[in-house]
Design a protein around this ligand. Structure first.
Ligand SMILES: NC(=O)c1ccc[n+]([C@@H]2O[C@H](COP(=O)([O-])OP(=O)(O)OC[C@H]3O[C@@H](n4cnc5c(N)ncnc54)[C@H](O)[C@@H]3O)[C@@H](O)[C@H]2O)c1
Length: 268
C-alpha cells in the first residue's frame, strides 16, 4: 500500500521513514522542507495548499495518509491556524477528492492537557473517552483535528485513527517521560496498526508499555497495537525533578501560565 507521510522531514517523520519503509509500506514523503540538503525524494509542499495536495495525490496510488505535518507545540494563533486548522482541513479535503479513505492523524496529549492524570497505576489508567480539555491553542487544534476526523468518518465513510501521542523520543528525555514515553519502534507499531485496523474511528494513546504509564492501552489494543518497550529500562539514568502542581495534569508544563496566549505571543 502506498502511504503519504506528511511532516516526513521532522523528528517523528524521520522515525517513521526508516521504520515503516523497512516493514514494507511504500512511502510518499511530503514536507515544507527537505529532509537533508541532497533530499530529492520529498515533495516540498504546504499542507494548507490544496493545489499542492491534489498534485501529490493525482496518480491515484495513495491509499492512506499519515498526517504528522504541522506546528508541533504551542505557538501564536496565526501559526497554529495555518498549519493545524487550515492544513488539517485541506488534508482531509484533498483525501476525499482523491478517494483516499484512510487517515492516521497525529493528535497529542495536549488535547486533554487539563485532565488530572489519574492514579499512577496502569489499572486505573485514564481512559481516552470524554471531551477534550485542551491546555493550549495547540491542544485546541488537536481536538479540532480529532473532531474533523470523526466528521469525515460519519459523513464520508473514511477510516480515521487519532493518536494522542505522549512523549515520542529516542529515549525518555526526563523523569516524567517514564510515564509518557512512546518509543520510535512502538510509534511505528501504533501507526502500522492504525494503517490496518478495521475500526472506523479511534482515539488512542500514543504511549509505550511503560510500567509507570498513566494512560490506558485498551483503545490501542482495540486497533491491534501491541507495544513492546518500557521506559523503565532508562529509570536509573533519570533523576526526579522538583514537584510542580502541573505535574498532576496530563499536559504538565503546558498547563502553566507561561503557556497562556499573551505569554506565548510575547515570546514570539
Ligand atoms: N514529538 C512528540 O512527542 C509529539 C507529541 C504529540 C504530538 N506530536 C505531533 O506529531 C507531529 C510531528 O511532530 P514532530 O515532533 O515530529 O515535529 P517536527 O517539528 O519535528 O516535525 C513536523 C514537520 O512538519 C513540517 N511542517 C510544518 N508545517 C507544515 C505545513 N504547513 N505543511 C507541510 N509540512 C509542515 C515541518 O517542516 C516538520 O518537518 C506533529 O503533528 C505533532 O503535533 C508529537
Amino acid at each position: 500500500m502506498t502511504v503519504l507521510l506528511t511532516g516526513s522531514s521532522g523528528r517523528l517523520g524521520t522515525m517513521l521513514r526508516q521504520r515503516l519503509g523497512a516493514s514494507g509500506w511504500d512511502l510518499r514523503l511530503l514536507d515544507l522542507v527537505p529532509h537533508s540538503p541532497d533530499d530529492s525524494e520529498t515533495i516540498i509542499a504546504d499542507v494548507a495548499d490544496p493545489t499542492a495536495l491534489d498534485a501529490a495525490l493525482a496518480d491515484g496510488a495513495v491509499e492512506a495518509i499519515v498526517h504528522l505535518g504541522g506546528q508541533p507545540t504551542e505557538a501564536v494563533w496565526e501559526r497554529i491556524r495555518s498549519a493545524n486548522f487550515e492544513g488539517v482541513y485541506q488534508l482531509f479535503e484533498a483525501a476525499r477528492r482523491a478517494g483516499v479513505s484512510r487517515v492516521v492523524y497525529a493528535s497529542s496529549n495536549h488535547a486533554v492537557g487539563f485532565t488530572p492524570r489519574g492514579d499512577a497505576s496502569p489499572a486505573a489508567a485514564l481512559a481516552v473517552a470524554g471531551a477534550g480539555r485542551p491546555d493550549t491553542l495547540y491542544g485546541v487544534s488537536k481536538i479540532f483535528g480529532e473532531a474533523l476526523g470523526r466528521y469525515y468518518v460519519e459523513r464520508y465513510g473514511m477510516t480515521v485513527s487519532c493518536l494522542r501521542i505522549g512523549t515520542c523520543d529516542w529515549t525518555p528525555p526526563d523523569h516524567r517521560a517514564l510515564s509518557t514515553w512512546l518509543s520510535p519502534d512502538d510509534f511505528t507499531r501504533l501507526v502500522d496498526a492504525a494503517l490496518r485496523t478495521e475500526v472506523d474511528y479511534s482515539v488512542v494513546w500514543g504511549v509505550s508499555a511503560n510500567t509507570r504509564r498513566w494512560w490506558s492501552l485498551e483503545e490501542g489494543f482495540a486497533i491491534g497495537y501491541r507495544p513492546v518497550d518500557d521506559a523503565e529500562a532508562f529509570a536509573s539514568q533519570l533523576t526526579e525533578s522538583p514537584a510542580f502542581a502541573s505535574d498532576d495534569l496530563v499536559g504538565g508544563g503546558f498547563t502553566t501560565t507561561g503557556f497562556g496566549i499573551d505569554e506565548v505571543r510575547a515570546r514570539g
